[in-house]
Design a protein around this ligand. Structure first.
Ligand code: FES
Length: 234
């Protein structure tokens, strides 16, 4: 897909939401931050097919920077747009799921409380198909650090715990013919500056000098259990 058709697809998608009346405030509220588009691919280089994702399963890729992790989830059911607010009370519109069943979503995997995130060594945060020990319902993103819980079917809204804003959403464009996914923007409260500041030394060791490099062109998707040696289940 060239850039013009990519932008056309995105515009058509937003127009479709508005025309359906499901998110009439989309144009007024949403302030997505566009980044360079990145096609989601497998480790061996071929484009990931959206319909090949296992439902309710943790996948991870990095976007919009080489060191900033993102959860990719097929929730197994359609998810509709939702209005949320950031910690500073700025409203924004989350456009819901994409894919043939509108069930695929992506959120920054950096906890909005104190920035726990999945590294190669350990992950305190992940999607839980069934509720965790302290879970309030099934199907949440749960951070074991201090038990913040986010609902990925409602734009990663905070359901419990100390987090004061939703996880930032990563916006995906779905090509219905090729069945591919392209990350192109974020919406919601980004925490990338705080993340790079807090973990500067660790990221330089783990990721190297490319930690701050913007992802462009492609982003590799992995199963969380393959990416991380020790996904914590609390
Ligand atoms: S860092 Fe996630 S709940 Fe504190």
């Amino acid at each position: 897909m060239d850039r013009r058709s990519f932008i056309g697809t995105c515009t058509a998608g937003a127009a479709g939401l508005t025309a359906a009346g499901s998110l009439s405030s989309w144009a007024a509220d949403a302030k997505p931050r566009e980044y360079a588009p990145a096609l989601l691919i497998h480790e061996h280089g071929e484009a990931l097919k959206a319909s090949s994702l296992k439902p309710q399963f943790n996948y991870i890729f990095h976007y919009p920077f080489e060191a900033t992790p993102v959860f990719l989830l097929d929730l197994g059911r359609p998810v509709t747009p939702h209005i949320l607010t950031t910690e500073d009370r700025s409203p924004y519109s989350w456009p819901g799921g994409v894919g043939h069943h509108r069930s695929i979503v992506a959120f920054s995997a950096i906890c909005a409380h104190q920035l726990a995130y999945p590294s190669h060594d350990v992950s305190f945060i992940s999607f839980r198909k069934t509720r965790a020990h302290r879970g309030v319902q099934d199907g949440l993103i749960h951070c074991c650090a201090e038990h913040s819980q986010y609902d990925p079917a409602r734009g990663a809204e905070v359901l419990s715990g100390p987090a004061r804003q939703p996880l930032s959403a990563v916006l995906l464009a779905h090509d219905p013919h090729a069945d591919t996914l392209t990350a192109h923007a974020t919406v919601g409260g980004e925490l990338f500056d705080a993340f790079f500041h807090k973990y500067e030394m660790k990221l330089s060791l783990d990721v190297g000098p490319k930690a701050h490099t913007a992802v462009a062109g492609q982003a590799v998707v992995q199963e969380l259990d393959r990416f991380c040696k020790n996904p914590i289940q609390c």
